[in-house]
Design a binder for this molecule. Structure first.
Ligand SMILES: Cc1ncc(COP(=O)(O)O)c(CN[C@@H]2CONC2=O)c1O
Length: 474
């Protein structure tokens, strides 16, 4: 029988090569166990609301009114919604021609892109052009579009930090490019080692790879490190000298849990450096409403800002964006509210500020509790989660555990995470899903379970881990 076009064997080879561990083997096994009635704590995805985080009130009020504009005609609307939410909803409805049911401009609603530009200008102290800001269905779509634009063939290489968030490895595979890994130094708090990075680039070039772009994820996923201004300067100088476009994934810029290394954007550092770099280095920066203290993952709101890209390139990016017609409009409004939140003196400001602070303070406490919890366990060491939403402990597996994994046909960290899941219901992602140095094993979990559940979760982990180690060390 002749094969059909969508038979597996006939599929696009790039599709078949793609790996994406965040919803991989562990997640599927956890879902099976859940169906069998086992209580599962899904800490595999940075999905705050799925783990109980409440949405911020003001954004939901604004979008609710935008979704149901007939409420604005109700004489009692002022009894249910604060005046500033009503005013903001009317503002967005005046920007969204035809309301939320109509396609917007393929780059996003101009008035919201202006709000993003104003936010960037306030944050960095440098001009930002709304024409160079595109709203997207989450940062993922922006990252995918940019990689699609950069990758011409399998000889085009993208420098990606390892451990990395597998959106990058998966997308590079999908578009038929080559991932050029640069290893973060765990012993140096997941720092950058440019001696090794230079070696990596030279080696790739010797194999005929044209290294075209460098990705930084700051704060890091899964590693949680925050890059210092000096680190970012070094990255920008490297990109300048090696003729690389910098893709700065800054989706966790609101998630910072220490004061020593506050978030500083790649764009600010670039412009602080002045010419020639500030005029020459091509930079694309990404942000989202999925993270921070918002956690509005399901709303699919994101943007990317282009710096120093030639107008003709921007036109090509617009052309491709227009194929998908329009980013989703509710997600755009969430983005607008995120970059232009209630200000001091606004009716909703105190409530918004209190809700935001409460979430961020709790995330900071949870980051500390999780790191300390892991470091209290036998054969587990863990760098502090300076930012983002994850903890990425190193699990020092005894040789007999590695042999047992081999007999089970599993990678050692997959074997450990499966045992952890079966014993405790804690669903994590094995470090192999993010890349790690040979012979060094990790798992990634989030710091998102409810704060009151942390003592029980960390105790359950410790009991499992210490008995696992005793079993395989004995
Ligand atoms: C570094 C990074 N960039 C982009 C994204 C995509 O965000 P959007 O929701 O805006 O597309 C994520 C999501 N983090 C995934 C999702 O949950 N757990 C993760 O590691 C991420 O961690």
């Amino acid at each position: 029988m002749a094969r059909k076009p969508l038979d597996y064997e006939e599929l696009n080879e790039n599709v078949k090569k793609v790996q994406y561990a965040v919803r991989g083997e562990l997640y599927l096994r956890a879902s099976e166990l859940q169906k069998e009635g086992k209580k599962i704590i899904f800490t595999n995805v940075g999905n705050p609301h799925a783990l109980g985080q409440k949405p911020l009130t003001f954004p939901r009020q604004v979008v609710a009114l935008c979704q149901a504009p007939f409420l604005l005609d109700d004489p009692n609307v002022g009894l249910m919604f604060p005046a500033d939410a009503i005013a903001r909803a009317k503002h967005y409805l005046s920007l969204a021609t035809g309301g939320l049911g109509a396609y917007s401009d393929s780059r996003g609603i101009p008035g919201i892109r202006k709000e993003v530009a104003d936010f960037i200008q306030r944050r960095d102290g440098y001009p930002s052009d709304p024409e160079l800001i595109y709203l997207t269905d989450g940062a993922s779509k922006g990252v995918m579009q940019m990689l699609n634009t950069i990758i011409r063939n399998e000889r085009d290489g993208i420098l990606v930090p390892v451990p990395q968030y597998p959106l990058y490895s998966a997308t590079i595979s999908l578009f038929g490019g080559s991932l050029v890994p640069y290893y973060l130094e765990e012993e140096a708090n997941w720092g950058l080692d440019f001696v090794n990075i230079r070696k990596t680039v030279a080696e790739a070039r010797s194999k005929g790879i044209t290294v075209r772009a460098m990705v930084i994820i700051n704060p890091g996923n899964p590693t949680g490190q925050c890059l210092s201004e000096a680190n970012i300067k070094e990255v920008l100088q490297f990109c300048y000298h090696e003729n690389l476009v910098l893709l700065a994934d800054e989706v966790y810029q609101q998630n910072v849990y220490q004061d020593e290394r506050p978030f500083i954007s790649a764009k600010k550092v670039l412009f602080d450096m002045g010419p020639p770099l500030s005029r020459e280095v091509q930079l694309v920066s990404f942000h989202t409403v999925s993270k921070g203290y918002w956690g509005e993952c399901g709303q699919r709101g994101g943007y990317f800002e282009m710096t120093n890209l030639p107008p003709q390139t921007v036109d090509e990016i617009y052309k491709v964006a227009s194929i998908a017609l329009s980013p989703n409009v509710p997600g755009q409004i969430f983005m607008g509210v995120m970059v232009n939140p209630p200000k001091p003196g606004d009716i909703s400001y105190l409530k918004f500020a209190a809700e935001s602070k409460s979430i961020l303070d709790s995330l900071r406490r949870r980051a500390r509790m999780m790191t300390d919890g892991f470091n209290s366990c036998r054969n587990v060491v863990c760098n502090f989660t300076e930012g983002a939403m994850y903890s990425f402990p190193q699990i020092r597996l005894p040789p007999r555990a590695i042999e047992a994994a081999k007999r089970a046909g599993k990678a050692p960290d997959v074997f450990y995470c499966l045992k952890l899941l079966e014993a405790t219901g804690i669903s994590t992602v094995p470090g192999s899903g993010f890349g790690q140095k040979e012979g060094v094993f990790h798992l990634r979990t989030t710091i998102l379970p409810a704060e009151e559940d942390f003592p029980a979760i960390m105790s359950s982990f410790k009991n499992f881990n210490d008995s696992f180690m005793a079993q395989y060390e004995g």
